[in-house]
Write a protein that binds this ligand. Structure first.
Ligand code: 15L
Length: 268
C-alpha cells in the first residue's frame, strides 16, 4: 500500500509546527507547504518540503498532486487590510479548494476561527455551550474571511461532494495566556487529536466543528467534535494559576473579545 499523503499549508506556522510531530505516522507522508521554507526534515521523518504562497494557484495545484487530504492552515491569522485579507485568506482558500478539486483530493480540513462568530454574546452559551454551527457573526475582516472560508467549503462540498470540515479554532497556543483562554484554549496535543479525527472519521460530508480542549470553563459545545471522534483530554484550568487577567477595557461580552473593538482593517 502506498503511504497516505497529506498536504499541510501554513506548515511553518504555530499550529503547523504543532501538527508536524503529532500527525506523523509510519504509513503517512506529510507534504509541508509554507511561504517561509519549512524547517529541514529530521532523520527518518517522512516529509516533503515545499516553499510557495497559497496565492500562487499553479504552485498550489502542484502541491495537491497525489494527495489524500489537505489541511489548510495558511493565511493571515489576525486583522489586516481588506485587500490583504481578500487576497491571502479568501482567494488563497479558493485556490486551495479549487486545486484539491482538480487533483481529486477527497477531503479538505479548513482552519477557521472563533472570530468567524466573534460577535456571539458569551452570555448566550448556556449549559450545552454555543453550537458548532452557529451562523456567522464575524468581528473583523479577518473573521469575515473565516466565515467566507466556511462558505467556500460548503460550496465545494455541495457542488463536488468533497468532504470538508471547518474547524473553528479557539486559542491554540502552547499554554493558555489570559483568562479568556481558560474557556477557548486548544492544547497542542488536543489539536493533534482533533486533526487526526478529521483525517480518519468516515464520510464526514460538510461540517463546522469547534476546535477546543476539554476546558472546565466550557463555552463551546463538544457535540460536533464528539460526532467526528474527537475526544479532547486537556483542560486549561490546569494552568489557571499562570494566566494573566484579561486586559482592562477589552470587550469580554462577546466570544471574539478584543477583536470586536480592534480598528477594522488595520494590521494587528
Ligand atoms: C485566532 O483566530 C487567531 O489566529 C489567534 O492569533 C488568536 O487571536 C485566536 O484567534 C484567539 O481568539 O485567541
Amino acid at each position: 500500500m502506498p503511504p497516505q499523503r497529506i498536504l499541510v499549508t501554513g506548515a511553518a506556522g504555530l499550529v503547523g509546527a504543532m501538527l508536524r510531530t503529532r500527525l506523523a505516522r509510519p504509513d503517512r507522508v506529510l507534504r509541508l507547504l509554507d511561504i517561509q521554507p519549512p524547517p529541514a526534515a529530521e532523520p527518518g521523518e517522512r516529509v516533503e518540503l515545499r516553499t510557495a504562497a497559497i496565492t500562487d494557484p499553479e504552485a498550489v495545484q502542484q502541491a495537491c498532486a497525489g494527495v489524500d487530504a489537505v489541511i489548510h492552515l495558511a493565511g493571515r491569522s489576525r486583522e489586516h487590510t481588506w485587500e490583504e485579507i481578500l487576497s491571502t485568506n479568501v482567494d488563497g482558500t479558493r485556490n486551495v479548494l479549487e486545486a484539491a478539486r482538480r487533483a481529486g483530493v477527497p477531503r479538505v480540513i479548513l482552519a477557521s476561527s472563533n472570530h468567524a462568530v466573534g460577535f456571539l454574546p458569551v452570555a448566550g452559551a448556556g449549559d450545552e455551550g454555543i453550537p458548532d454551527e452557529a451562523p456567522p457573526r464575524p468581528d473583523t475582516y479577518y473573521g469575515f474571511s473565516k466565515a467566507a472560508m466556511e462558505a467556500l467549503g460548503s460550496l465545494y462540498h455541495s457542488r463536488f461532494g468533497m468532504d470538508v470540515i471547518c474547524l473553528r479554532i479557539g486559542a491554540c497556543t502552547p499554554r493558555p495566556n489570559d483568562e479568556r483562554d481558560l474557556s477557548i484554549w486548544l492544547s497542542p496535543d488536543d489539536a493533534g487529536r482533533l486533526f487526526e479525527a478529521c483525517l480518519t472519521t468516515p464520510s464526514p460530508g460538510f461540517r463546522v466543528v469547534w476546535g477546543v480542549s476539554r476546558n472546565t470553563r466550557r463555552l463551546l459545545s463538544p457535540t460536533g467534535g464528539e460526532q467526528i471522534g474527537y475526544h479532547p483530554r486537556d483542560d486549561a484550568e490546569d494552568h489557571a494559576a499562570e494566566v494573566v487577567p484579561n486586559r482592562p477595557g477589552t470587550e469580554q461580552d462577546y466570544l471574539g473579545a478584543s477583536f470586536t473593538t480592534l480598528p477594522l482593517g488595520e494590521p494587528d
